[in-house]
Design a protein around this ligand. Structure first.
Ligand code: NDP
Ligand code: 8X3
Length: 259
């Protein structure tokens, strides 16, 4: 018999309105988890809630709009959670983005601010507000969504790669700082996953975004979601440190076979 440790666990997923975050919400719902979901686009979250309840009316979901870059708003949102949602068991720090693909000397400072504020500072703000409660309760799992860009630097990837290298360092630092607790810390580091990621990176240029995945089968958001759920569903004494996950036609950040 397969044991699920996830039934009734409160899972907080940032950036659940699209892509990996949305698929992760669906995957945890299928395991009987309770879903705490945020993103800036509340309409998208409402639609997801409706979709999940249509297939399982008993699934428990609490959605709220949050921009993880806003430190005060993050604090207010987490402090102000209804009592029945306060005891977060699993935090999936997924909200993140890339903006632009430019040589550093030609890069946009606004793009840089947005990536660093979201991918690094936003992740830190959420983590800082959630982890102390986990320590008090003696249970918890923090799962950060890093990237292959946190292990390799590719041409014109400069600041996005720096933001994901920071996620890697923060994940490792947090794991060291929590070693004397029962908490677990994991990073999931994908290569190419077809989501809205490239459309966001290219500021809404859908044609350019499509080219990124042309001639290969990229990962699907569900592939990452399954991996996240697998990590979360290990017995309490098992801590998956990091998972690098590529499509089969990708061997490094820049080595991709296209037919
Ligand atoms: P999507 O663009 O499809 O989803 C990104 C999610 O992040 C959206 O739900 C978006 O919601 C949310 N988000 C962005 N900025 C903020 C913010 N300031 N506050 C709150 N939520 C925010 O891309 P992916 O699903 O692909 O990306 C998810 C994560 O996976 C990111 O961290 C990304 O770096 C990482 N990743 C993606 C890869 C890929 O190839 N797709 C590969 C490796 C890592 P909203 O806009 O509604 O706020
Ligand atoms: C997303 C994957 O290779 O575009 O983090 O950086 S990549």
């Amino acid at each position: 018999m397969v044991t699920s440790f996830l039934n009734n666990q409160i899972v907080f997923i940032t950036g659940a309105s699209s892509g990996i975050g949305r698929a992760t919400a669906e995957a945890f719902a299928a395991q009987g988890a309770k879903l705490l979901l945020c993103a800036r686009r509340l309409e998208r979250l409402r639609e997801l809630e409706k979709h999940l309840k249509a297939s399982n009316p008993s699934v428990q979901i609490h959605i709220f709009s949050l921009d993880v870059r806003n430190r005060a708003a993050v604090h207010r949102a987490i402090e102000g959670l209804p009592a029945e949602w306060k005891h977060i068991d699993i935090l999936v720090n997924n909200a993140g983005l890339s903006r632009g693909l430019d040589k550093l000397q030609e890069g946009s400072l606004d793009d840089w601010d947005e990536m660093i504020d979201t991918d690094v500072k936003g992740l830190l703000y959420v983590t800082r507000d959630v982890v102390p409660g986990m320590i008090e309760r003696g249970r918890g799992h923090i799962i950060n969504i890093g990237s292959i860009a946190g292990h390799e630097v590719y041409p014109k990837g400069n600041v996005y790669c720096a933001s994901k290298h920071a996620v890697d360092a923060i994940t490792k630092g947090l794991r060291l700082d929590l070693v004397d607790t029962p908490l677990r810390v994991t990073t999931i580091d994908p290569g190419l996953v077809e989501t809205e990621f490239s459309e966001v990176r290219f500021h809404g240029d859908k044609d350019r975004a499509k080219q990124v995945y042309k001639g290969l089968e990229p990962l699907h958001a569900e592939d990452i979601a399954e991996t996240i759920v697998w990590c979360a569903n290990r017995p309490p004494h098992v801590q998956i440190g990091e998972v690098i996950i590529f499509p089969t036609s990708q061997a490094s950040a820049v080595t991709v076979h296209r037919s």
